[in-house]
Design a protein around this ligand. Structure first.
Ligand code: GLN
Length: 512
């Protein structure tokens, strides 16, 4: 067993789990260490929308008592976690980054949250996100953006930038995310953390505030591939409450992460993902990572997926269409905010609804509701929504063809490193382009992961490599991810996150 760092917030979840199992430390100690760290740095990073100090400590105490009583507990029992605010938490505010849900206290837990509680992970709080998970920067959060621990003037990715920044600033060892078009993988890439979008249906969607139901997938976020696998194993599995949940065991992700073996694996570099528009430093770290995989014994070939060129266009028709329908339920009658129209004596339900939605939804949400309503309107349905669905089928076929030749596909996760806050806010198209490499997996339902590939030469900021696998073969992500991670840690002389100059890395801490 490796030595546990004196500062418990610097330990990996796997290290904490080992020390908890041998009673070297208690869950209360670990949880308190993270609450202290939150008090110290979250004023600057703004990863959390809500910190549940009492709830987390109560859960930690309960785990310690059960362990003292000799109960056999799950692998992560006592390891605290941060939960993305898209997941309902009984008795704990859930806003989904929106004013329209301000003050709403859910009467039930999402299945993922139930699983976390049953496995004994104290929930530290709820993480910031773009409103209704629409965005790539957290700048669309109604509660203000989160900041990138590598440089506080830069974005931590989105929509799950609260979860990525929580990990990169050591405010939690684990976090949950949801990925509809890249919101787990892109934030991981720009913060030098790890995130997996499991196979569609691999993790329950019950109790998640829906964005686009046919694309949404919850998944694990961590600082190492093994930590992420341990969390994946807790979150995943069949749920009768979710009609699209896969009725099969969770793939053997932990075993794969421990094996870290790519020998004889066929790895396909996607020709369409990585050319024009990709930052040279991101591209360089990606090429280097591919060379490393080859050195480790994988066979690398180039693979063409020609229809990926249309993925972004198809996604921005399908997503708004589904979102406009999902968001219809925020009608001022059932949840959160209710705004009365000014100057109307006895407003009708419709007038209250209009006033509430006008005040409660941000610009990006309104933009997508309008787009989706338009794409679904009778005269345009076939031209827009119908065509996009056909493209979706072609993209799934591209994946199927590719997986006849290779075991996994790889690409850069995001085209650039973290951009400055405000840089893309006025230009929705520029914001959408961040997900150009991640969206195909959501359209096809296949699993994907991002791990750090190094730092870009031109700006010294983290870049990510994306690994994609066939549906239900999530374990391959972990075998490849863990092998590459180990080799890159060797090459960089330690975890890439340790080099973060602002709030994250060991270097910064020593200097502090
Ligand atoms: N950035 C993409 C969007 O805005 C992806 C969002 C997500 O995965 N939730 O739709």
């Amino acid at each position: 067993m490796t030595d546990l760092p004196t500062d418990l917030t610097r330990a990996t979840a796997a290290e904490l789990a080992d020390a908890l199992a041998t009673k070297t430390i208690s869950a209360v100690e670990v949880t308190q260490a993270h609450l202290d760290r939150i008090a110290e740095v979250d004023g600057q990073v703004h990863s959390y929308l809500h910190v549940d100090t009492d709830g987390a400590l109560a859960q930690a105490r309960a785990v310690d008592e059960r362990r003292q009583a000799g109960e056999s507990l799950g692998a992560l029992a006592g390891v605290p976690i941060a939960v993305k605010d898209v997941m309902t938490t009984k008795g704990v505010p859930t806003t989904c980054g929106s004013r329209i849900l301000e003050g709403w206290i859910p009467p039930y837990d999402a299945t993922v949250v139930t699983k976390l509680r049953e496995a004994g992970l104290p929930i530290l709080g709820k993480t910031n996100m773009d409103e209704f998970a629409m965005g790539s920067s957290t700048e669309h959060s109604a509660y203000g953006p989160s900041r990138n621990p590598w440089d506080l003037d830069r974005i931590p990715g989105g929509s799950g930038g609260g979860s990525s920044s929580v990990l990169a600033s050591f405010q939690a060892p684990l976090a949950t995310g949801t990925d509809t078009g890249g919101s787990i993988r892109q934030p991981a890439a720009v913060t030098a953390t790890v995130g997996t979008k499991p196979t569609y249906g691999g993790v329950s969607r019950y109790g998640l505030v829906a964005l686009a139901s046919s694309l949404d997938q919850a998944g694990p976020c961590g600082r190492t591939v093994l930590d992420t696998a341990l969390l994946h194993a807790v979150m995943g599995g069949h749920d009768p409450m979710d009609s699209t949940s896969i009725d099969a065991p969770v793939p053997a992700v932990v075993e794969a992460a421990r094996s870290a073996d790519v020998r004889g694996m066929r790895i396909g570099v996607v020709k369409e993902l990585g050319g024009e528009g990709y930052q040279p430093g991101v591209r360089a770290r990606f090429d280097e990572s591919v060379a490393v995989l080859e050195e480790l014994g994988a066979e690398v070939v180039e693979v063409s997926c020609p229809n990926f060129d249309y993925a972004l266009a198809a996604y921005y028709l399908i997503l708004p269409s589904e979102a406009s329908s999902n968001l219809a339920k925020f009608d001022a009658m059932r949840y959160g905010l209710r705004v009365l129209p000014e100057g109307v004596d006895a407003p009708s339900a419709e007038q209250v609804m209009a006033a509430t939605r006008d005040a409660g939804f941000g610009d990006e949400v309104k933009r997508r509701i309008i787009l989706g309503t338009y794409a679904l309107s009778s005269g345009y349905y076939d031209a827009y929504y119908g065509s996009a669905q056909k493209v979706r089928t072609l993209i799934a076929q591209d994946f199927a063809n590719a997986y006849e030749k290779v075991d996994v596909l790889v690409s850069p996760t995001a085209p650039t490193t973290a951009f400055k806050l405000g840089d893309k806010l006025e230009d929705p198209m520029a914001m959408y382009l961040n997900d150009i490499a991640t969206i195909p997996a959501n359209l096809a339902g296949v699993p994907g992961m991002s791990i750090p590939s190094g730092l870009a030469d031109e700006d010294g900021l983290p870049a990510g490599i994306q690994i994609l696998a066939p549906a239900m073969k999530d374990e391959r992500l972990y075998a490849v991810g863990a092998a590459l991670e180990a080799a890159l840690v060797d090459r960089w002389g330690g975890p890439i996150l340790d080099r973060a100059p602002a709030l994250g890395g060991a270097a910064a801490m020593k200097g502090a």
